[in-house]
Structure formats: structure tokens, C-alpha cells
Design a binder for this molecule. Sequence first.
Ligand SMILES: Cc1cc2nc3c(=O)[nH]c(=O)nc-3n(C[C@H](O)[C@H](O)[C@H](O)COP(=O)(O)OP(=O)(O)OC[C@H]3O[C@@H](n4cnc5c(N)ncnc54)[C@H](O)[C@@H]3O)c2cc1C
Length: 449
Amino acid sequence: MADHDIHIIGGGLAGSEAAWQLAEAGFRVRLSEMRGGAGTTPAHQGDALAEMVCSNSFRSDDGDSNAVGLLHREMRALGSLIMRQADATKLPAGSALAVDRDLFAGGVTRALSEHPNVSVVRERIDALPSAGPVIVATGPLTAEGLAASIGAATGKDSLAFFDAIAPIVYRDTIDMDVAWMASRWDKVGPIGDGKDYINCPLDKDQYYAFVQGLVDGEKTGFKEWETDTPYFEGCMPIEVMAERGPDTLRFGPMKGVGLDNPRTGRWPWAVVQLRQDNALGTLWNMVGFQTKLKHAEQVRLFRTIPGLEKAEFARLGGLHRNSFIRSPELLDGQLRLKTAPHIRFAGQITGCEGYVESAAIGLIAARFAAAELAGRSLPPPPSETALGALLGHITGGADAASYQPMNVNFGLFPPLPDDVRKKDRKLGYTRRAGGALAEWMKLADGVAA
Ligand SMILES: Cc1cc2nc3c(=O)[nH]c(=O)nc-3n(C[C@H](O)[C@H](O)[C@H](O)COP(=O)(O)OP(=O)(O)OC[C@H]3O[C@@H](n4cnc5c(N)ncnc54)[C@H](O)[C@@H]3O)c2cc1C
């Protein structure tokens, strides 16, 4: 008989949280972490579990008006080890939850190493196990052998090694008195109506000023180990295109042909197109606008685009090394690989983004696995909760074809009724979430009992 009930691969933010949840539920966990054994990643510095590779912040801790703060609150309610250690090691940082990273990771490592149900094994796993249950939580820098095995199991183009993130805009912040809905040549696709894109028109002067802004804008550099990135082939940053010549974009992602502006009756000189990014229709991505411009620069420059003057961004653009699978297509609602349901995925490799989100998906993967080990089934948390909204996005709410990593944000939640005033909306989301989580927790407790 195996010496464990479940095998977790990867002892980062997600794997550590998952191990804790399962161990606390009474299951024996083998937690395989390659650091301290057969390897490391280019970003990690040490051997501790749950190492924070860059910033020492878990971002806003405001659970009343911030989606990630709400996620903190929900994770605390569910007995999160990551949140417990973050609270125990926090530093002064205004409304953010920043921690002493060494004390934090040391605390997580100790809690798991000392847990009677957890065996931390310093080993690298080079292939997906053929029997389970397994949770794969190997993160954005998954070791090569395992990545190849995941690629083979999920199929061509289903595992990305880099993200190429185009900014995402909240639909209700786009000025539709300027922008209009249309597909190029009014072409009707298999599920569209010929009016599938939001189009923001630029005249000649606006376009060339915008291109100059891209060329002059401050960019973030590549890390040394990212410089061999192959993404210039398929998804070139927009500023690199702008540097190739003032008209490159006008004949590329910003071409106006086939798009009659109903206000002028003509095609615009150039256009920015936005495509629906989630099933709810609350989030729209700027097509072809992957960029390494600094975030503040993106906000400033993209707000010069007619129709986007007041745009609020659910996500800003970026390009990084990042292994993630096309989860909306590959995973079921319980984070299981549809073609091999003994394997669950958790953490950033599912296409969520950030320490907190990764840990949250580790938590929920573990809750699903624990219920299954107990011979029961746990329904996903409601979409009104931060956990449920994030999970729903990963497992089906997002558009699979353009799937790119995403932080939790209110655009992932079902919209509030129209009569909720703008200034009350954030609190509206978080209050509604509180009630929904409480109901679901009763159910979760029943399943665990
Ligand atoms: C350079 C960089 C900077 C980042 N900065 C931030 C930031 O400032 N803020 C933020 O919120 N997020 C940041 N992120 C994202 C961050 O990585 C994730 O949010 C988070 O760490 C992901 O958690 P995870 O558990 O999914 O992966 P990780 O925390 O990376 O954990 C995965 C673990 O799996 C192990 N592993 C990999 N392959 C194998 C294998 N084959 N066998 C055994 N073990 C394996 C790794 O050693 C690692 O410990 C950054 C990511 C990178 C790459």
C-alpha cells in the first residue's frame, strides 16, 4: 500500500497550501519539491517551501473593496496556511499585506515539515504519474522534463511557455458614444452576429502620436534567463512593431479596413479592437496589444485612444516566461485534467496569476481532492465569491483561444444589478460574496464531516 493518499508535485505557494488543506483533512500527503534536491528554477533563491520569488506583498488586504483582499478573507475563513503565515509575519505596508519573506517561507516550511500527515520529499518529478490522485502545482517555471510530459498529455499548443498578455478593459468603462461594435467586413462567425468587436477609431494625427508614444514609452527589461524567449515569432510586443516603422501597426493589429465607422460612414485611419474575454461579457481584451511598456505608461498611453479615455484596466499587458496550460479547455470544474482525471492542476500553471491566486487555487484543488478521497463530491464555490469567480474563469469562463494569466478582479464576478450605484459597487460585490461563501462553507463542512 502506498505510504500516502495523494501526491502533490511542487512546494510553492499552491502546492504548500494544498498539502496543508489535505493534511488537515486527515489525508497523508507526499509533497515533492525539487529545490533542495535535484534542481531549482531560475527565479528561486533558496530551498524553503512557498518562496516568494519577487515582491514581498500579497497586495491589498482590504476585503471590503478589493477583489484580492476579498480572496484573503475567504482563504482565512477556509483555514489557509499561506494566509496564517502571512498574518504572522506581516510588515507595515498601509492597506497592503506585505511580509518578511524569509520568516514567511520559513514558517510555511516548518508547519508542513512538522505536520504528521505530510512527507516533504526533495525530488524532481520528470513525468506525470500514471496513477493518482495527484496535484500538479509546479508553477510558472515548471522543470523541463515534467513540462514535456504535460505537453504530451495535453496536446499541441495547450501548454504555453510564455505569456503574451494584452491589456483587459472593463466593458462599462469604454465610451460607446465613440467606439462601436462591428466585426471586420461585418463577417458573421460560427457564434457571433457580425458585431463581435468593440472598435476604437484613431484619425491620422491621433495614430502617429500614439505610435510615437509607444516608441518613446518606458519599457520593462527582460531578465537574463528570459532573453532566449521565442515569442518574437508569434506575438511581438506592440512597441517592437511600432519601432519597425510608423505604419507597421496600421497594416497589422490596428488596421482599419473593413470597419465602417457608423459616425463617419468611413473606415478609420487606424483602429484598436477589443474582443470579449469572458463569458459574462464584462472584460474585453485589446487585440494584439501584448506589451512590455511599464504599467503606468500603458494606462497613460492607452487612455489617449478615443473611447478609452476613462478606461479602467482589469489587467495590464506583459510578456514573461510562464508555463501555463489552456485550462478552460483542458480542465473540468474540479480542476481535473479531463483526459486523465486522476491529475489535478493547481496554482499559476492553471493560468491564474499571482501569489494569492495561486495559493487560492491550491486550496480549492485540495478541497476537491479531499472530498473525492472521502468518496464525496464538493460543488465549486459560488461564482459570487472571489474563489468561485477565479475558479470559474479558469475552468470555463475565459475564452480558451486567447487564454492568458489573470489576477482576481471584480470583472470575473457576475455583474450586480444595474441600480447599484457606482460608488457602492465594490462593497456590493464583497457583501454578496460574504453571504455566498457562508452558504457554501456549510455545504463544504457537510461534505468533510
Ligand atoms: C520572476 C517572477 C516574478 C514574479 N513576481 C511576482 C510578484 O511579485 N507577485 C506575485 O504575486 N506573483 C509573482 N510571480 C508569480 C508567482 O510565481 C506566482 O504567483 C506564484 O509563485 C506561483 O505559485 P505556484 O505555487 O503556482 O508556483 P511556484 O511558487 O513557482 O511553485 C512551484 C514549485 O514547483 C517546483 N517545481 C517545478 N518543477 C518541479 C518538478 N518537476 N518536480 C518537483 N518540483 C518542481 C518549483 O521549484 C517551485 O518550488 C512571479 C513569477 C516569476 C516567475
